[in-house]
Design a protein around this ligand. Structure first.
Ligand SMILES: Nc1ncnc2c1ncn2[C@@H]1O[C@H](COP(=O)(O)OP(=O)(O)O)[C@@H](O)[C@H]1O
Ligand SMILES: [Mg+2]
Length: 245
């Protein structure tokens, strides 16, 4: 049983992270979902993600786009097209029921074999005030999926292998992600005392800029069993024992 503190609300976590001036530039614009916020973000970005405030495993996550002839959204494998914004919003409201959702600037993720991928950054606190990034690994979405989550058919591939086709500076990029993990960890424990582990979902765009999509406070350590270096998983589990007592 994981005794470290769990924070469910994606909204509260986003607000906490944005309080750090350096981190905020890596957080895509995020708002509570309303007709106004959706319209504003679609006008500004053309592609946005709509997700449940308390969602997990990629469930309920929608990709919403402005197209040449109107609008469309994808939820799971379902794609729906709409001629007008009002009918799009009605369609989304039907799909979201009465739950609370957020709308976030959509990041055009890099691809591996034609599938989207992002990077999970694992950062742990072995002692109060101390944070260390202990692992990074890539997650590749299943074919035609818009989420990379393992529980939605995502595959685990090393971050090095995923980024190598896009840059000669893979280790520089990964060093930045490692640092973002530590800064986010500090910010999270400042806002939510008791948080001792975070898993960042980091998107990388075409200019290789990282974007913090989500901060998980109960990240699955077991995906790191798939890392080719077994020391990574062992160290993650060893550190986890310091706060799972
Ligand atoms: N703003 C975004 N731009 C691009 N892809 C996104 C965005 N937000 C989420 N995703 C994709 O959806 C996945 C699930 O979203 P996330 O916010 O992590 O919620 P969950 O708690 O369900 O994992 C992400 O790992 C990523 O693949
Ligand atoms: Mg996630």
């Amino acid at each position: 049983m994981d005794m470290a503190r769990y924070i469910g609300s994606k909204w509260r976590k986003t607000v906490a992270i944005r309080k750090n001036k350096y981190l905020t530039r890596f957080v895509p614009e995020t708002a509570r979902l309303t007709k106004t916020s959706l319209r504003r973000q679609l006008t500004r970005y053309r592609m946005v993600y709509v997700k449940p405030e308390y969602g997990r495993h990629g469930n309920g996550v929608m990709r919403v786009e402005k197209t040449s002839s109107g609008y469309r959204y994808q939820l799971g494998n379902t794609i729906r097209n709409f001629a007008a914004f009002d009918s799009l919003f009605k369609g989304i409201t039907t799909a979201t029921k009465r739950k609370r959702y957020l709308v976030q600037k959509g990041i055009h993720l890099l691809k591996h074999n034609g599938r989207f991928f992002d990077i999970r950054v694992m950062t742990q606190s072995p002692a109060p005030g101390k944070w260390v990034t202990t692992g990074m690994i890539g997650r590749v979405a299943a074919k035609r999926k818009i989420v990379t989550n393992y529980h939605n058919g995502g595959k685990i591939v090393t971050a090095e292998r995923l980024l190598r086709p896009y840059t000669r500076k893979v280790s520089v990029k990964l060093a930045l992600l490692s640092k973002l993990g530590v800064l986010a960890g500090r910010r999270m424990s400042a806002a939510f005392p008791g948080v001792r582990v975070i898993g960042l979902d980091v998107a990388i765009d075409k200019s290789l800029k990282p974007w913090l999509l989500e901060v998980n406070t109960a990240p699955d350590p077991y995906i790191f069993r798939k890392h080719p270096d077994p020391r990574i998983f062992r160290r993650i589990m060893r550190l986890a024992r310091t706060y799972n007592r």
